[in-house]
Design a protein around this ligand. Structure first.
Ligand code: SF4
Length: 338
């Protein structure tokens, strides 16, 4: 029996062809790892390091950032090795024009520094689990199973469990979208079936969009909504298991798809989008400037050896956005970091 993850299910509905490449053919990626994923993974490792030590010991912001630097270097050695073995042009895939590897390195460090000052001494709740695996049934017979990993599970003073999820993306979900976002709500089912927690727990969902000063987006799901969610995912899995054809479904996401080099439809869609963008920008900025390739990234041999990072100078702590509705007056747009 296949145990599904949120991303496995949603890959099918985003693009069946991508689902087939990844989960049925298990085609080795024809592209290097995406830089966003690489930076996000290093950020998560540093957060794990931080919360593994709190509340026993409060690491300094420098220690947390050094952990990020250490893992970045170690993992960069791995992607460079892969680049040599697979003959990739770049160690990591950078899609956004004008962005370089070092920009993502610096963003990751900045996100950590901001998060640290915003939440120190990290006593908003008590950590109950980090990168905690949950496996759960969607139906009474246990024919449809899913699993996932909770970035961090915390319990506040009132006994409520908070499912924390850390996002390093440059787009922030709205509170309205959070009400229909399924991933963390599925993990809530995992907690209901977990021997340590169970169905009586009060659970809240909390996303941290760490590129924003007002980083928190929260949501809750009541038992009725959880019931509908289970039915929805049983139906989705049935659709996947019945599928015999896996057509391409092009979208703006094709530009970020690791299988783009082997997908003719995706390539056509990306070129058409680019041509449309170029037409719209005609007369403004020359497209050659905007569309310069990711070769602006440091050459592979130099990629992991950035100039020594500056010492982290703690900035003034940013007020913690309260879960009870107090919000910083600073606009999110001003604080978008990329
Ligand atoms: S490039 Fe686009 S159409 Fe092709 S597999 Fe990827 S997401 Fe699907």
């Amino acid at each position: 029996m296949t145990v599904y993850s949120y991303s496995r299910v949603n890959t099918f509905f985003t693009c069946p062809a991508q689902f087939k490449f990844r989960y049925i053919d298990r085609l080795p990626s024809p592209s290097p790892e995406g830089v966003e994923l690489f930076m996000g993974s290093r950020f998560h490792e540093a957060m794990e390091f931080l919360y593994h030590q709190v509340p026993g010991r409060l690491p300094t912001v420098n220690e947390v950032i050094q952990e990020f630097d250490r893992n970045w270097k170690k993992e960069m050695d791995r992607v460079l090795q892969k680049q040599r073995e697979r003959g990739f042009t770049d160690p990591l895939r950078i899609v956004q024009p004008g962005q370089a590897l070092e920009d993502f390195f610096n963003k990751g460090r900045l996100f950590l520094e901001n998060y640290y000052h915003r939440y120190t001494p990290f006593d908003q709740d008590r950590t109950e689990g980090i990168e905690m695996k949950v496996t759960f049934d969607l139906d009474a017979k246990g024919e449809y199973k899913m699993q996932g990993y909770i970035d961090r599970l915390g319990r506040d003073d009132e006994g409520t469990l908070w499912i924390h999820d850390y996002k390093t993306s440059s787009r922030k979900m709205s509170e309205e979208d959070a009400r229909s976002e399924d991933q963390l709500a599925l993990y809530q089912i995992g907690l209901e079936q977990h021997p340590k927690f169970g169905p009586k727990e009060q659970v809240k969902l909390l996303w941290h969009f760490v590129a924003f000063e007002k980083d928190q987006v929260t949501a809750e799901r009541n038992p009725k909504e959880i019931g509908w969610l289970k039915e929805k995912y049983v139906s989705k899995i049935k659709t996947i298991e019945k599928a015999r054809e896996f057509p391409t479904k092009t979208s703006a996401l094709c530009g970020w798809c690791e299988y783009l080099p082997v997908c003719a439809e995706g390539k056509k869609a990306v070129e058409a989008r680019q041509a449309k963008k170029d037409r719209a920008q005609e007369g403004a900025v020359p497209s050659a400037v905007l569309n310069r390739p990711s070769s602006v990234a440091p050459p592979p041999s130099q990629a992991p050896t950035f100039p020594p990072p500056p010492a982290v100078v703690p900035t003034a702590p940013v007020p913690v956005p309260s879960r009870k509705g107090k919000r910083s007056p600073v606009s999110e747009d001003q604080l978008r970091l990329f």
